[in-house]
Design a protein around this ligand. Structure first.
Ligand SMILES: Cc1ncc(COP(=O)(O)O)c(C=O)c1O
Length: 377
């Protein structure tokens, strides 16, 4: 079977280094917030050019800490795509705030200036006190952050970038992690930079936001451990996860190059075959980390039947995401864009993600492309 994501090959490359690091942690015994967490934070800060980095327990907690750092209050509104993973939106109602679902661009899967404008109109119509925009760099590509930051500034909104999938990508030469007021990422194992458990981080250039997030992730700690300044949570990262990410960060740039090579090979082979699909497009002056390679099938194709046939050929696929958030039980009563979510609904019906990892061979890519071509052309 072709692997959808190949963590094993990567593990073999770094295994002895990871084992050495874990041995060191067993020796020093600082299992939580050990020196590895500090080391990782300063390495990530250098990697993204972001002044403050706070490692934490997961990507979802990073979003929560980011929103708390930004001062989100019950009743406040935030624009968020509906074509995303649950975490992007769930953190808002958990804080009593209101997600307002906006549409995405069909060509790049991300929110755009137009969809944000419709979101602004929706908030105005519904008299919601809009505070911010959550961008999501879906499948590894950042949003057009110039455009979005411009609208945000004009409307006195903040931008929180959910970069759970897009860490390692760039926009106009600037790395993700430094494109918004706050960025949150995930180190879930299947992410391009993943650990061997749960982990996440927030990035910001604001000391004020960092300080609130730092205190919150330690139960709202004040001047010492048992003095509390605010409500908080257990949002800490453990030393073993930090050590694993440090080792993976060393090979991250070379893996990003390989991911780009794989994506380009997919695009080349599908283009040569003239397969009736829509290939993913990267916006101008932007790079992707290719967390996923997601194509759009023609409306006429029975996606589940295609997946079954591909599975019989040992080609695994995934659907990110089959049902948009605004159509799901916990989110049904939250507002949706006045322009509707046509692209979101279309994409949920027609997207399919193909195997993607740095170690996919040209032979495997060609095999996948030829099989898809045969089944749909
Ligand atoms: C877009 C997006 N946001 C947030 C998250 C949450 O990350 P975690 O699973 O580390 O909580 C994910 C993880 O899959 C994600 O894809």
């Amino acid at each position: 079977m072709i692997k959808f994501i190949d963590l094993k090959t990567q593990q073999i490359k770094i295994r002895s280094k990871v084992e050495n690091k874990i041995k060191k942690i067993l020796d020093h015994g600082q299992y939580i917030l050990g020196p590895e967490v500090d080391e990782l934070q300063s390495k990530l800060s250098k990697f993204c050019g972001s002044r403050y980095v706070l490692c934490c327990s997961s990507g979802t907690d990073a979003l929560l800490l980011g929103l708390l750092g930004l001062g989100l209050k019950p009743g406040d509104g935030v624009l968020v795509p509906s074509f995303t993973f649950a975490s992007s939106a769930e953190v808002m109602p958990l804080l009593g705030a209101i997600p307002i679902f906006v549409d995405v661009d069909k060509s790049n899967f991300n929110i755009s200036a137009n969809s944000i404008q419709a979101g602004l109109d929706t908030a105005k119509k519904k008299k919601i006190n809009l505070k911010g925009i959550m961008t999501v760099g879906l499948f590894g590509q950042p949003c057009n952050m110039d455009e979005i930051n411009k609208i945000a500034n004009k409307n006195q909104l903040w931008v929180l970038d959910d970069a759970a999938q897009s860490l390692g990508a760039t926009f106009k030469g600037k790395p993700v992690g430094n494109l918004a007021k706050v960025t949150a990422t995930s180190f879930f194992p299947s992410k391009p930079l993943g650990c061997y458990g749960d982990g996440g981080a927030i990035f910001t250039n604001s000391k004020k936001i960092y300080d609130v997030a730092y205190s919150t992730h330690l139960h709202g700690m004040g001047k010492d451990r048992y003095t509390y300044e605010r409500l908080g949570m257990n949002g800490r990262m453990d030393s073993i996860q930090a050590a694993i990410i440090i080792e993976k960060l060393r090979i991250f740039q070379s893996e990003l190059k390989l991911r780009n090579k794989v994506a380009n090979q997919y695009i080349k082979v599908f283009t040569e075959l003239n397969t009736k699909i829509t290939l993913p497009k990267i916006i101008s002056q932007c790079t992707s980390n290719w967390a996923q390679f997601t194509i759009i099938l023609p409306n006429s194709i029975n996606r589940e039947a295609l997946r079954e046939k591909l599975s019989k050929k040992q080609i695994p696929t995934a659907i990110y995401y089959p049902i948009p958030l605004h159509k799901q039980k916990p989110y049904k009563n939250f507002p949706v864009s006045v322009d509707g979510l046509k692209n979101t609904e279309y994409l949920c019906k027609n997207v399919i993600s193909l195997p993607m990892h740095p170690y996919l061979t040209f032979k495997e890519i060609t095999f996948i492309c030829k099989n898809i071509h045969q089944l749909i052309n």
